[in-house]
Write a protein that binds this ligand. Structure first.
Ligand SMILES: NC(=O)c1ccc[n+]([C@@H]2O[C@H](COP(=O)([O-])OP(=O)(O)OC[C@H]3O[C@@H](n4cnc5c(N)ncnc54)[C@H](O)[C@@H]3O)[C@@H](O)[C@H]2O)c1
Length: 274
């Protein structure tokens, strides 16, 4: 269902790799709601992935940018404004990667050059993106900037590894930069803390399938899907959420406030009512 919530709005969507990506689903929904945007990803992801297909489907141009590289980000923000014909109303940072996770390095054995690379990609890139947008005064008043995060920033999920630390840093950047963006440009900055979701980044975490099922059984509303996350992002980009800023918003079917559920108890005890 479309409500034209983003009619006349322009933006940049980072991080669509394939049709499972949260950013991919978001791009489809933004298009349905009348928003125009530029798609971006790291050059290697554009070569390996299927982003071209999404560009054609949504009538969007694709600009390669490594989100850790300031020069790439500057070109991206300039070109996006040229292509879209004005300042931006929304930006989605949907980027995450841990080299320690990829290489199977246990948290207690982290390799620090891997840690630095993962931190730069997953957390600092959000600061870099906002710094470029801020300096170039590229956002319209009452615009909305979002990044995606996970609850391992607050609680222990052992195999989430150094991504937990990266997410804590990312959420802090949203608050700190969000203050300056709010004061100067009336732009809101938030993070959405999403349920575990079967995507390339999500499935890379060890034991992901077991964890996905556990979260499903713990959440009164069940896990939030990538499509549902895209719907939430639309509402956060729309004018209906103008005064929501500096928040970490849980989009997880209630998981983050649960202690235990009947379904999970039943897995350990016989005779507990479901
Ligand atoms: N999947 C989950 O379970 C889950 C849960 C909560 C939060 N998130 C977060 O959602 C976001 C999107 O991930 P996803 O699950 O859609 O997976 P995904 O693998 O589809 O997306 C991750 C994206 O990051 C991009 N990326 C990596 N390095 C980059 C760089 N240097 N420059 C630019 N882009 C780069 C990748 O190319 C990819 O498109 C991430 O921040 C992730 O941590 C995912």
């Amino acid at each position: 269902m479309s409500y034209n919530l983003l009619k006349g709005k322009r933006g940049i969507i980072f991080g669509a790799l394939d049709e499972n990506s949260i950013a991919w689903k978001t791009a489809e929904r933004v298009h349905e709601e009348g928003g125009k945007f530029v798609l971006t990803n790291a050059p290697v992801a554009i070569r390996m992935g299927t982003l071209k297909e999404l560009g054609e489907k949504t009538g969007s141009e694709i600009i390669a940018a490594d989100a850790t590289n300031l020069e790439d980000l500057e070109k991206l923000v300039d070109q996006a404004q040229e292509i879209l014909g004005g300042k931006l109303d929304f930006v989605l940072h949907s980027i995450g990667m841990s080299v320690n996770v990829r290489k199977g390095k246990h948290y207690t054995e982290n390799n620090y050059s891997f840690s630095e690379k993962g931190w730069d990609i997953s957390a600092l890139s959000f600061h870099k993106t906002m710094q470029v947008l801020y300096k170039k005064e590229a956002m319209n008043d009452w615009g909305s900037i979002l990044a995606l995060t996970y609850m391992a920033a607050q609680r222990v999920f052992p195999d989430y590894n150094d991504m937990a630390d990266n997410k804590a840093y990312l959420e802090s950047i949203a608050r700190s930069f969000g203050y300056f963006f709010g004061e100067k440009f009336k732009v809101r900055v938030n993070t959405i803390s999403q349920s575990p979701t079967p995507t390339t980044a999500g499935s890379g975490v060890k034991g992901f399938d077991g964890f996905l099922k556990y979260a499903e059984e713990m959440s009164p509303l069940g896990n939030a899907s990538a499509d549902e996350c895209a719907d939430y992002i639309i509402s956060m980009f729309s004018d209906l959420t103008k005064k929501v800023t500096l928040q970490n918003l849980f989009h997880d079917g209630g998981f983050s406030n649960m202690g235990v559920s009947y379904k999970v108890m039943a897995a350990f005890e016989k005779g507990v009512e479901k």
